[in-house]
Structure formats: structure tokens, C-alpha cells
Design a protein around this ligand. Structure first.
Ligand code: GLA
Length: 729
């Protein structure tokens, strides 16, 4: 059993292969956090927690004789609220009597076999090969009768511990939940830590920032209704001196696609608190007597193997424990998407022409992007009207798909289910379904409004209308888009005192819609999108095996996008296409960069120069050859494209270390510069490897030499040229 309750010590120790997580029922039955880090035995390490008489840090009255016991200076497992702990709180609640306090003490606990699930929220799961145990600890406030149950599932072999929080109103009146965190992690000393976060913006998602924690409360959050382009519900906490290969690092990633909040606080005594949960802005959830609230799941890990160690743990976990789609492990079809090639300007004939031309490029699937439904010749109208526009698709969808299938190609389609255009039949029929606050002008974005997907009738309409299209033809792929942030939080279906529940209820509504469409179509490959990577999070990846990384298809920018995304997401989840943008970057380089993701095309196949067509054929074939290695192998970041180097390099290594693909893009060839080298990683030092590919000839050399001497970076080549080097035992 990976979970041990030691009666004598009153400790709960959670052991994975390489880590230990420990809590203790401490003084006055408060639950104290004692440790998370590399493995230690099942011994009580609470000796590290020293107590002093601290000024202005109050003491529970029960410990009046002991002025040294204050919750303000205790590492807590889930912070109390208004009980003398002045740091960021894990929960804020207005009790039935109006008091704002939660003094949770351990009431009971349960240890179970298997993984927890959460009502209405996606969760990761155990496979047949995993040993997973679950611990539930209930903290109860003796006066308000509010209970918080902390959930922990321990994936022993995976070095993963996942957490969530349930709030139960065991009292007789209504309470208002104003803030709820899914995880809280306290360290007795955190001043030696850095935080790595992934901020961005539209077109520049998942950039990387690393900063040392200081005596501030750092808030990483989204209030946009989705996890957003701007921040990610994912943080890495690492030693100041941690590198890609060494140092203790912690990962925390939340499975939630709505308004999230991550807080990092270094307190007055250099204790560190890191929390993740639902954003408390615009949040006020009523719980009547007997009702429960469920927070999302946070997936945590820890390793001493640096940032790459964190990446490998998450990549393996995402590939095996997050998404049940068969496509996660299957070879994905190389697709061509019509968007950047023709935008809204197409009809059925044009699409068949594109499919025919794309077939020659080595493409296996045509994706009809935005513009095939309702009245939609630009982005000003039609969203919500999910029926085929016969003025464009004259032959009907079924027939169009048949024509494409006859070319031995699959067919994919685009939807943006959660939105409605002001100019649409749906809005004219159901204005009350759109998010607008009575008596106010709504904020429009791309001339569209968000649908109130907290409503059951709206959810049912979307499930039925999208499924009707998916079932009408032989659809092999669906791109699920969302192209605006949510404003005007108001639901006609909720009482006024419940409007603060709406943002979260919309996320639950989204998951119900996705269950109704995605789970009922196991043979369709789903790709998520939100104007690029605006909702690229773990919860979404539990539904879609891949996510469109960015609307920015400029290849050199994509080096940074892939770099940032790679900290959490494996390449097989990152949608990436070769487009016509950036003419000065050679075609092969664009293809090499797109192979850092799912690889596909987003260009007009009907107007290709012969050398580009030849390039497509060559690179489509190459991607097929390396698909398994890239998608299932271990990923290594060899350079940081945010620094001022002359090249960017990354590498995939097969699990048996017998095969590797090194990719190098020259970003700036300095005149008469030094010879540079790439020291590859992850090989077996004792094996002999043949090194070949986009270099003259081939050499046979040991793994030790390749990792310690390195491979010379090609010189005297064009800026932006790219090289793929195969390393095979
Ligand atoms: C978003 C997507 C694009 C494309 C357009 C269509 O911006 O990210 O790839 O699908 O919508 O409107």
C-alpha cells in the first residue's frame, strides 16, 4: 500500500517510487503538512517545525498556555480561515450565521484502493498497470458544521499524486463559498525556490518565465471564462540552481478549463505556500444544507532530475493516464486544414480540388474549417446555426465527404459550439440563451456572444445539433474551437443570488456537452482549439488527444511555443502545421518545426511550386517514419530559444534508447563564428550509434561520445536552415 497511516506518529505518508508526501494530525487535531519531496522512510519529520512566540500571530485559545503555537506559522495541509493564519487561505466561506471562518480539524480518514473520480469534472485514471490508492481526510468545523474532504490518489510507479477538495455543508443553513482551492502545499522554507510559469497572449501562448519567489503573493490566474492564452493552470517550483538535468522540482497542473487561480506566497518567516484552485474573482457558490461542492483535480509531481525530469513524468502520464481516446497512441493522419489557405472562400468543388492536390503531398485528411454552416461568409454571422450551408456545400455534406473518401482521404470538420453570432437564426430565436446582463449592452467579441452553457436546454441543443452533423457523414475528425473570452456573466436560468456560480457552472456545462459529443464518438479524432492555445489545459487534453497550439504559424515563433508547451505537453498533443507564412524561412525548416507537434499543412495545395510539392512529399514521408519516436519517445530541450543562442535544438529518444531524432534550426549564423556543438541526451553511453540524416555522410560513434563530446552544429549554412539527424544503435 502506498499510503500509510502511522497510528503512533499520527502521520499519513504517501509513497511513490521516488517521492514521499507526508502530513500529520498535529496539535489540537489540525492537519499539518510535514513533507513533500524525494523519498524518505515512514518516519515523522515534524521535528523540523519549530515554534516560537511570534508577535502578532495569535494562538488558539485551547493552547493559551502555549504562546508558541500559532496557525500563522504552521505548515498546513489545507489552511484554516480566520483562525490566525494570515497567509492566502485555501477556502473562504460565509457561514449560515454570517460568520466568515473555517476552523477545520481532522474528523476522520479513509484509505481506499483505486483512483478517485469527481462529480461533473474530468479526472485522470489508473490503467491496468498502475497501482493507485486513495486517501480521504475530512476536516470539520465544529460550529458551522462545514466539512472539507481532502482527496489524494497516489500513482506509485508514476511518481504522481493527484489531489482535490470536496466541501460539504453538514449544517442546517445555506453557506456561501467565496473561494476554494483544490490543493495547498506548504514548505517550511521556500526562500531557495524559483517559480516557472507559462504566460502568453493570443498568437504567443506558453512563453516561459522563471523568477525567484520573494515576499509577495504572486497570483497566476484567468478570469476569462477559459484557462486562457494569458496564463496556464500549471506551475513548476524548483530549486534556484535547478537546471534541465539536475535539482529538485515540483510540478502542479490543474485539470480545469475555466477561471483558475494559482497563488504563491513567501511569508514573513520564509515559509512558502503554493495553492491551486478556482479563481475567487466573480465566484460565490451557494451550498444549501446537505449540498456538496467539488473542486477540480490537481496533478502533482516531484523529481530530483531537474526540469527535464518533470517533463518526462508529465509526458508519460498524459500519454497513459489522461485521455482514453484510441488516437492518443495511434498514428494520426497527416491533415490539411483549409483555414489559412482559403479562409471563408470555398465551396464543395474547391474542397475536392484541395483534397486531390493535397493527396499528392502525402496528406491523408482534409479538414473543412470555419464557414460551411448557416450564413457564414465571414466572421460576422452564423455561429450557432449548425446546419450545412447548401449555397457553399451544394452537394450536401454526406456527398462531399463521400467524394473525399473516394480519394482515399479522411474528412474533418470545424465547430465552435459554445458561441452564437448576433446575426444568426439561433440568437433571433433564443436571445435569452446568450450571455447578456439585462438592461446593459453586451460586450461583443468577433461580433459573437457566448452561449449560456450552464443551461441544460442549451447543452442539449448543442449536443443534438453537433451530433446530427457528425452522424450525417463519415466524419473522421472534429476541430472544436472557442474564439472569445466570456464577459457579461448573467444567466437567465439562475436566481440572482446564484449568479456568482455561473462561471463555474459554465465549465461544468462544457464538460457535459463534451461528454455528450466526444464520448459518444470514439472513432472521431478531436482537436481542441481556442484561437490557438487559449484553452490548452489538462482537462481539455483529457477529452482531445491534441490541441491547436497557436494561430501563429510563423515557424521561428513556433520554436518558442513548442519549447514552452513541452514543459507539460508531449509533442503528440501539440497541433502544429506548415503554412505559407514567413516566406524567408525554407520549407524544410517549417516542416522540421511542425514535427515538434502533430504535423500537418495549412496552405493552398492547389497552387504549390514543384519544389514545395516535392518538399511536402519528402517531409510527409519523414514524419510518418518518425511518428512513433516523436510521439512516444522522451523529449529533451537542448537549447532555450528565449536566450540569445545561434540555434535551437531538441531531441526525441525512444524508451529503449536505441533510436533518437535530433532537430536543429539555425536561427542566426554568425559570420566567421566558432564551431558550436550539441551534446545530445538520453542515449546509452555504452552503445554504438550510427549518426546520419541531414548531414554529409554518416559516422558510427558511442553514446558516451555523442553525449559528452557532442555533434558539431552545421556552419556556413543559410540562416533558418534546419537539420534532422538520426541517431540509431
Ligand atoms: C480560430 C482558430 C483558427 C480558425 C479560425 C476560424 O482563430 O484558431 O485556426 O479555425 O478560428 O474562424
Amino acid at each position: 500500500m502506498s499510503i500509510i497511516f502511522n497510528e503512533k506518529q499520527k502521520t499519513f505518508s504517501l509513497h511513490t517510487k521516488n517521492t514521499t508526501y507526508q502530513m500529520k494530525i498535529g496539535n489540537l487535531d489540525y492537519l499539518i503538512h510535514t513533507y513533500y519531496g524525494p523519498s524518505i522512510p515512514d518516519e515523522d519529520v515534524s521535528y523540523q517545525i519549530k515554534q516560537y512566540d511570534r508577535g502578532f500571530s495569535g494562538n488558539p485559545i485551547e493552547s493559551i498556555q502555549d504562546r508558541t503555537f500559532s496557525l500563522d506559522a504552521q505548515p498546513q495541509e489545507f489552511s484554516t480561515y480566520q483562525q490566525g493564519d494570515f497567509r492566502t487561505s485555501s477556502m473562504e466561506v460565509v457561514n449560515a450565521d454570517g460568520s466568515m471562518v473555517f476552523g477545520g480539524k481532522v474528523k476522520d480518514y479513509r484509505i481506499k484502493t483505486g483512483k478517485f473520480t469527481l462529480d461533473g469534472l474530468p479526472t485522470c485514471f489508473a490503467t491496468e498497470k498502475d497501482t493507485v490508492d486513495t486517501l480521504e481526510i475530512t476536516l470539520a468545523d465544529p460550529v458551522s458544521l462545514v466539512e472539507v474532504t481532502l482527496l489524494y490518489s497516489v500513482f506509485e510507479e508514476k511518481d504522481i499524486i493527484t489531489r482535490s477538495t470536496l466541501v460539504y455543508n453538514a449544517g442546517s443553513g445555506t453557506i456561501h463559498l467565496r473561494k476554494i482551492m483544490a490543493s495547498c502545499l506548504d514548505f517550511t522554507n521556500g526562500s531557495d525556490k524559483d517559480i516557472v510559469s507559462f504566460p502568453g497572449r493570443y498568437g504567443q501562448e506558453k512563453q516561459v518565465e522563471r523568477m525567484c519567489v520573494n515576499h509577495h503573493i504572486h497570483r497566476f490566474e484567468s478570469g476569462r471564462g477559459s484557462s486562457s492564452h494569458q496564463q496556464s493552470p500549471y506551475l513548476i517550483l524548483c530549486d534556484h540552481d535547478a537546471t534541465e538535468d539536475f535539482g529538485t522540482c515540483y510540478g502542479m497542473a490543474m485539470m480545469y478549463s475555466g477561471n483558475f487561480l494559482a497563488e504563491v506566497e513567501l511569508d514573513q518567516y520564509d515559509q512558502l505556500r503554493v495553492q491551486m484552485g478556482i479563481n475567487n474573482k466573480n465566484f460565490n457558490f451557494l451550498l444549501e444544507a446537505g449540498e456538496r461542492f467539488t473542486a477540480p483535480e490537481v496533478v502533482m509531481t516531484c523529481t530530483e532530475k531537474g526540469l527535464t525530469g518533470i517533463t518526462h513524468i508529465y509526458h508519460d502520464f498524459i500519454r497513459s493516464n489522461l485521455n482514453r481516446s484510441k488516437f492518443m497512441h495511434e498514428e494520426r493522419p497527416i491533415l490539411i486544414n483549409t483555414w489559412e489557405a482559403v479562409f471563408f472562400d470555398f465551396d464543395d468543388k474547391k474542397l475536392v480540388e484541395v483534397a486531390k492536390a493535397a493527396k499528392k503531398m502525402g496528406v491523408e485528411m482534409l479538414v473543412m474549417d470555419d464557414g460551411w454552416f448557416g450564413k457564414r461568409d465571414n466572421d460576422k454571422s452564423g455561429l450557432g446555426d449548425w446546419f450545412v450551408n447548401r449555397n457553399k456545400i451544394h452537394c450536401g455534406l454526406h456527398d462531399l465527404v463521400k467524394q473525399v473518401n473516394e480519394l482515399d482521404m479522411k474528412f474533418g470538420i470545424w465547430f465552435e459550439p459554445e458561441m452564437v453570432s448576433v446575426d444568426s437564426d439561433l440568437y433571433r430565436k433564443h436571445p435569452d440563451w446568450a450571455m447578456e446582463i439585462p438592461g446593459r449592452d453586451a460586450i461583443v467579441s468577433r461580433e459573437q456572444l457566448a452561449l449560456d452553457i450552464s443551461r441544460r436546454d442549451v447543452q442539449d441543443y448543442l449536443i443534438e445539433s453537433v451530433n446530427a452533423i457528425l452522424d450525417d457523414a463519415n466524419i473522421a475528425y472534429m476541430k472544436w474551437d472557442i474564439n472569445r473570452s466570456v464577459t457579461d456573466l448573467w444567466s437567465n436560468a439562475l436566481a440572482s443570488e446564484r449568479q456568482g456560480e455561473l462561471a463555474h457552472r459554465m465549465v461544468l456545462g462544457l464538460y457535459r456537452i463534451m461528454d455528450g459529443i466526444i464520448k459518444t464518438h470514439p472513432d472521431i479524432l478531436f482537436e481542441g482549439c481556442s484561437g490557438g492555445g487559449g484553452r490548452f489545459d489538462l482537462a481539455m487534453l483529457s477529452y482531445y488527444p491534441q490541441y491547436w497550439s497557436s494561430d501563429n504559424t510563423k515557424p521561428i515563433d513556433n520554436l518558442k511555443l513548442h519549447y514552452g508547451a513541452s514543459f507539460l505537453y508531449p509533442p503528440c498533443t501539440q497541433g502544429a502545421h506548415v503554412s505559407d507564412s514567413t516566406a524567408y524561412v525554407p520549407f524544410d525548416t517549417k516542416a522540421v518545426i511542425a514535427m515538434g507537434g502533430t504535423f500537418g499543412y495549412e496552405l493552398d495545395a492547389t497552387h504549390l511550386e514543384p519544389e514545395i510539392l516535392a518538399g511536402c512529399q519528402k517531409m510527409s514521408k519523414r514524419f510518418k517514419k518518425y511518428f512513433k519516436l516523436i510521439s512516444e519517445g522522451d523529449y529533451y530541450r537542448l537549447t532555450n530559444p528565449f536566450s540569445t543562442g545561434n540555434f535551437t535544438a531538441w531531441q526525441s529518444v525512444s524508451k529503449d534508447k536505441k533510436e533518437s531524432l535530433l532537430s536543429i534550426v539555425i536561427t542566426n549564423q554568425t559570420v566567421n563564428g566558432p564551431q558550436e556543438y550539441v551534446k545530445v541526451k538520453g542515449l546509452d553511453k555504452d552503445l554504438q550509434y550510427t549518426v546520419s540524416g541531414d548531414i554529409a555522410g554518416s559516422v558510427i560513434v558511442s553514446g558516451a561520445a555523442l553525449m559528452r563530446v557532442g555533434i558539431p552544429v552545421p556552419r556556413d549554412v543559410q540562416d533558418y536552415s534546419a537539420f534532422q539527424i538520426e541517431i540509431k544503435a
